[in-house]
Design a protein around this ligand. Structure first.
Ligand code: LIP
Length: 279
């Protein structure tokens, strides 16, 4: 029998003003993205496989305009070029489509990711990851837990209790350069025999939310950016995950490792033994 959700905690969360705003904006961006034109105007960025569509740009423009209206003094950093300084001490870190390749190929595993950071501490205040195709709205505010609204029904998020790395289902991802991918394949061949299985689903933000929901037992990736993990890493930590880089470093572009507390240390040890934070 499933336990009744703690709706008082949920109400406190969704009434937190920053989160409420981020949820409304993410929902609007999701509706915009679902109304996809035949011609997505695909171009490339860092390599021939690092694609971007006109919908990434339209969704970012929508999010930036909404934040400009409601939070004119806040800074904004976005994957598709948004870079606005602010005076409030708060910065919105946005990925209008995390999982762009999935969006292009109509694989459901893509999302709108909106995180709010304190500029002086670099700590996340609030995070929303919205998966429009599945209508999953993952939400968190610092100290208020993590929830998913799944088809309109709220459900509190808790990481898995898998305590044996050899039984763990692990998420990861790969970069866009062949040099980086060769290095990631080198690390994967060391990790794969030590876990139950790997899932490369194509969106850092959604992978982090699946760790928060106990669907994945952990996730690691080299090369993801702040806009990929700003929201999802808070959601995972508020659901009980541990989060770090390697060799005592915090999460960053070199490496992010997020997993349930029972296996996080073992996963870090394997990645450190194989110098997974360098090519
Ligand atoms: C994606 C990341 C994912 C990574 C992909 C890509 P994008 O971000 O979320 O973890 O494996 O290669 O970088 O480019 O879709 O915003």
């Amino acid at each position: 029998m499933t336990s009744q959700p703690n709706l008082a905690a949920y109400e406190a969360l969704i009434n937190e003003p920053n989160l409420a705003l981020a949820m409304a904006i993410a929902s609007g961006a999701g509706k915009l993205l679902l109304d996809r034109p035949d011609d997505l105007g695909v171009t490339t960025k860092s390599t021939a496989t690092d694609v971007v569509t006109l919908m990434d740009q339209r969704a970012e423009a929508f999010i930036v305009a909404e934040l400009g209206t409601h939070r004119p003094d806040d800074a904004i950093l976005g994957e598709e070029g948004a870079n606005k300084t602010g005076t409030s001490g708060f910065q919105w870190v946005i990925d209008p489509i995390d999982g762009t390749v999935n969006y292009l190929h109509k694989v459901p595993h893509w999302c709108v990711s909106i995180g709010l950071m304190e500029e002086n501490t670099g700590l996340a205040m609030a995070g929303v990851v919205y998966v429009p195709v599945l209508d999953h709205m993952y939400i968190s505010s610092r100290g208020l837990g993590a929830w998913v609204v799944d088809g309109g029904q709220p459900r509190e998020l808790k990481v898995s209790n898998c305590a044996d790395l050899s039984q763990a289902l692990m998420g990861t991802g790969f970069g866009y350069s062949s040099t980086r991918r060769a290095s990631q394949a080198r690390v994967l061949q060391e990790v794969l025999p030590k876990i139950a299985d790997i899932r490369r689903l194509g969106s850092c933000a959604v992978d982090l939310c699946l760790v928060a929901d106990g669907v994945l037992d952990g996730y690691y990736e080299r090369g993801v950016n702040a806009w990929d993990h700003a929201a999802g890493e808070l959601i995972a930590r508020e659901a009980g995950a541990l989060s770090s880089g390697l060799f005592g470093n915090p999460i960053g572009n070199d490496m992010i490792v997020v997993a349930n507390p029972a296996i996080h240390g073992d996963l870090v040890a394997i990645l450190e033994a194989n110098q997974a934070d360098r090519d």
